[in-house]
Write a protein that binds this ligand. Structure first.
Ligand code: HQG
Length: 182
């Protein structure tokens, strides 16, 4: 049940708040009480309170949501039209990773990493997570290495939200493929 609730929360807070008349502020926050109401209407056999959501956030390996005071938001993954504001991160790792497919890589190496249907390109600090992200689409994912230092020096902004690093676009100049035995 927790997975179902988590998936629905992603749908609600990242993609379609308007289908439930839910208002998000510029940072992606919605009123927690209103969200709990929507959840309890949908999952009638489970009592979902703040503690339930806190537990869902804590027990997941990915930090997808955040509760702050009486508000809740998704930390990444948004596809809604109104751009969610993210804070520019100053303290960056030298390298970030992105897991994808061989087919996507063929165009990424020419045109760079694009955000596609989401508001931002998604990057991680560890290769393992990047591998898992790629694994959603293919059995043999390609891991890309982003040279954060050069990209930042050429005015690419990076944002950190939860454990995820986000960017608007990464030029192919700053992308290398990680060799399989590294
Ligand atoms: C690819 C999930 C061709 C890109 C995941 C990716 C992650 C290009 C796909 C998070 C391209 C977009 C985000 C180009 C990028 N040509 N393909 N120029 N530029 N692509 O799902 O990063 O579990 O929007 O490589 O696990 O896969 O839901 O992004 O394959 O953490 O919390 O276009 O969402 O998190 O796919 O996934 P997505 P993503 P949750």
């Amino acid at each position: 049940m927790k997975v179902k609730v988590s998936k629905f929360l992603s749908y609600l807070l990242r993609h379609h708040p308007e289908r439930y008349n839910l208002i998000l502020d510029n940072f992606g926050y919605a009123n927690l009480k209103v969200v709990l109401n929507i959840l309890n209407n949908r999952f009638k056999n489970t009592e979902i309170d703040k503690g339930y959501i806190e537990d869902l956030i804590q027990t997941s390996s990915k930090k997808r949501f955040e509760i702050f005071e009486d508000k809740i938001r998704a930390l990444y993954g948004h596809s809604i039209k109104e751009k969610i504001h993210m804070k520019i991160s100053e303290n960056l790792p030298k390298i970030l990773y992105h897991g994808t497919t061989e087919k996507a890589y063929k165009s990424i190496r020419k045109e760079g990493l694009k955000r596609k249907n989401r508001q931002y390109v998604h990057l991680t600090e560890d290769k393992e997570t990047a591998y898992k992200v790629g694994k959603r689409r293919t059995n043999s994912p390609i891991i890309l290495e982003i040279n954060v230092e050069s990209a930042s020096n050429h005015s690419t902004d990076f944002y950190k939200s939860g454990n995820m690093y986000l960017a608007d676009f990464i030029s192919a100049k700053f992308i290398n493929i990680l060799e399989k035995d590294e």
